[in-house]
Write a protein that binds this ligand. Structure first.
Ligand code: NCD
Length: 329
């Protein structure tokens, strides 16, 4: 099958980067382009048996140094749906366990000539550093507490599908802002697209000078949620914490967990979002998380595949074209 396509020339003009390392540096028209392309892939993905040929002959490698369910599976599916060969490197079974450095691993994989590397790493900046050393395109699948661009893009697409626009909406991001790459990428994207962004967290979970990111800051959940259109909940990123940042999980839920009583002060049709994985009863009430009228959590996962297809397509336009495939008897 052929994709619902734009020509490679148009794609490379409309998305002008060889790597996708963050939302920082993207322009509103490039984000809109990716969202529009992803929209057509959402429709395509709902048809059974779709496998396109855009990436036939291309190799995508998933290199995840941190655990992942959604992002890694979603890139794998996106690559396969576009016809690429997809390889997942498991860090557990790799030479990283024998002490090989990130850069040596990257150079080894680069020598196998992949077309795209999707990398997740616990150090902020590690993915950008790696991108300087390899000859293929690199997508940041999450680096430390820094950026997670495809998550912000899929969140934007979910918002646009449910609300018809992003500009002018009030989006409240609640929880562990300090350690969240999802928060950082979303704050940037939402500002670029003209939304008004609020963050709500206890002072211990707010980065220093957070207002410089372009957000209104609240410590009180009800004040931060008042009249908002979108509520984005975040997990406590305990893997990035040194020591204790909250007195107890039950106290955290009491003050910062989203339940129906707190949501009641938001706009009556406010949408609840969460990037996953959720900790039910910690940052979100389980009944609310499962309420399909209020929560867009399943839709976020669905459109995530389409967003990754759109990102792969956009980066592909910058790769040298491949010779027609040889066929041997
Ligand atoms: C997020 C991540 O890994 O940054 N998850 C995801 O990609 N869906 C958020 C999280 O782990 O809490």
């Amino acid at each position: 099958m052929t994709p619902p396509s734009t020509s490679p020339a148009t794609a490379s003009e409309r998305f002008r980067h060889r790597h996708l390392l963050g939302i920082e540096g993207l322009k509103a028209d490039e984000i809109t382009y990716l969202l529009d392309r992803a929209e057509s892939y959402v429709a395509q993905n709902r048809q059974a048996g779709t496998r396109l040929s855009l990436l036939r002959g291309r190799t995508l490698m998933n290199l995840f140094f941190e655990s992942s369910t959604r992002t890694r599976m979603s890139f794998e599916l996106a690559g396969k749906r576009l016809g690429a060969d997809v390889i997942n490197m498991s860090v557990e079974g790799s030479s990283i366990k024998k002490g090989e450095t990130l850069m040596d691993t990257a150079m080894t994989l680069n020598a196998m000539r992949p077309d795209v590397l999707v990398v997740r790493h616990s150090d902020s900046g590690a993915v950008a550093l790696l991108a300087q050393k390899v000859s293929c395109s690199v997508i940041n699948g999450g680096d430390g507490a820094h950026e997670h661009p495809t998550q912000a893009l899929l969140d934007a697409l979910t918002i646009r599908r449910r609300k018809g626009r992003i500009e002018g909406l009030v989006v409240t991001i609640c929880g562990d802002i300090s350690h969240s790459r999802v928060a950082r990428s979303n704050i940037q994207l939402l500002n670029i697209m003209g939304a008004q962004v609020r963050v709500v967290a206890p002072p211990t979970l707010l980065p220093p000078m957070v207002e410089r990111l372009g957000v209104e800051v609240y410590n009180d959940m009800r004040r931060g949620l008042a009249g908002c259109d979108i509520v984005m909940m975040l997990r406590l990123q305990s893997e990035r914490m040194n020591g204790s940042y909250v007195p107890s999980l039950s106290e955290y839920f009491h003050f910062y967990g989203l339940d129906r009583a707190k949501l009641a002060v938001a706009s009556p049709d406010a949408l609840v979002m969460h990037p996953g994985p959720m900790n039910r009863g910690v940052e979100i009430d389980t009944d609310l998380a499962d309420d399909i009228d209020r929560s867009a959590i399943a839709e976020q996962v669905e459109v995530g595949v389409a967003i990754r297809m759109a990102c792969l397509e956009a980066l592909m336009a910058h790769l040298p074209s491949i010779a027609p495939q040889e066929s041997r008897p």
